[in-house]
Design a protein around this ligand. Structure first.
Ligand code: GUN
Length: 279
C-alpha cells in the first residue's frame, strides 16, 4: 500500500494559478464581496485570507464591516444593495452572526446566483436534485482533492461524521453523486467506531480534536479531516489523531494544510461561476 499525505496547500496554489489566468482575461473583473458583522477573531482571520486570495488573483474585492450592534433590517438592506450591485458577482456573509440576527433569513436574502457560499436553499436544493448549483466551498474542495489524487470513489463506502449544512450534508450528497455508498454519523450515533471502521473514505467534520483515533480507521482508508479547532496554545488542530491514524490510512489530509486552503480557492471558483451565470 502506498501512503500519501494529501497536500491541500500545493493543490490549492496550483488551482489558484489557473483561476488567476482565467481572471486575467476577463473584463470587467469578477467582483467578490464579504460582509463581516462584529469582530469575532477567527472570522476576521478567515475574511483577511479571502481578501488576500481574491486580490492576489486579480478579482475586484469589497469588504463590508458592520458593528455587532447592527439591526437585522440594516444588514438585510446591505444584502439587497449587493444583490443589485453590478460590480459584485458573488458575495458571502461571514458566519457566525450575532444572536439577535436570524441567520436563516440572512442566507435566504442572498440572490442564489450571487450566493458564492452555496448556502441558499435554492443552491442546496439544486445540489440535492443533481442540478447545476453553486456548491459550498469546503465540500467542493474535498471532492477536488479526491479527484486530484485519483482516489477511486465508485462503489466505496464513505462515512461522514458531522451533519452540518455547510459540510456534512453537502459532502454526503456529492459523494453519493460520485457513486459512493454513504453513511452519515453525528453526535447521537451509537457505536461510532463500528461504523467508521468500515469506511473506505472517512470524512470527519465535527470540530472535536482527536475524535478519530487509529482504532476507528480501517487499514488503507482515505481520511479527510475538516475539523479546525484552536488548542489553548494557539495551534490549529483537526478532528483526527493525525500522527497515529497516518500509520493505517492510505491517504490523509493534515490540519493545517489539507482541506482549509482548498476552501478559499473554491470560494474564488464559485465567484467566477456566479460571474458566468450573470453574463
Ligand atoms: N464561517 C466559517 N466558515 C464559513 C464559510 O465558509 N462561509 C461563511 N459565510 N462563514 C463561515
Amino acid at each position: 500500500m502506498t501512503f500519501q499525505i494529501i497536500d491541500g496547500k500545493e493543490t490549492a496554489a496550483r488551482l489558484r494559478e489557473q483561476i488567476k489566468e482565467t481572471v486575467s482575461q476577463l473584463d470587467p473583473k469578477p467582483g467578490l464581496a464579504v460582509i463581516i458583522v462584529g469582530d469575532h477573531p477567527a472570522s476576521k482571520t478567515y475574511v483577511t485570507g479571502k481578501e488576500n486570495a481574491a486580490k492576489d488573483i486579480g478579482m475586484h474585492f469589497e469588504k463590508i464591516e458592520l458593528p455587532d450592534t447592527i439591526q437585522e433590517t440594516e444588514l438585510l438592506k446591505k444584502i439587497d444593495e449587493l444583490n443589485s450591485n453590478e460590480a459584485i458577482h458573488g458575495f458571502i456573509v461571514q458566519l457566525p452572526l450575532p444572536k439577535h440576527i436570524d441567520e436563516k433569513l440572512v442566507i435566504e436574502s442572498i440572490l442564489p446566483m450571487k450566493d458564492a457560499d452555496g448556502f441558499s436553499p435554492i443552491n442546496l436544493g439544486n445540489l440535492m436534485l443533481n442540478n447545476n448549483s453553486i456548491v459550498s466551498a469546503t465540500p467542493k474542495g474535498i471532492i477536488k482533492l479526491l479527484e486530484e489524487y485519483n482516489i477511486e470513489l465508485e462503489g466505496r463506502h464513505a462515512v461522514i461524521v458531522g451533519r452540518s449544512n455547510i459540510v456534512g450534508k453537502p459532502i454526503a450528497l456529492l459523494l453519493q453523486q460520485k457513486h459512493c455508498t454513504v453513511t452519515m454519523c453525528h453526535s447521537k450515533t451509537k457505536d461510532l467506531k463500528n461504523i467508521t471502521k468500515d469506511a473506505d473514505i472517512l470524512v470527519a467534520a465535527v470540530g472535536k480534536p482527536n475524535l478519530i483515533t487509529k482504532d476507528m480507521v480501517k487499514k488503507g482508508a482515505v481520511v479527510i479531516d475538516v475539523g479546525t479547532s484552536r488548542l489553548e496554545d494557539g495551534t490549529l488542530t483537526g478532528d483526527v489523531d493525525f500522527e497515529n491514524v497516518k500509520k493505517v490510512a492510505s491517504h490523509i489530509t493534515p490540519v493545517p494544510g489539507g482541506v482549509g486552503p482548498m476552501t478559499i480557492t473554491m470560494l474564488l471558483e464559485n465567484c467566477l461561476e456566479c460571474y458566468n451565470l450573470q453574463r
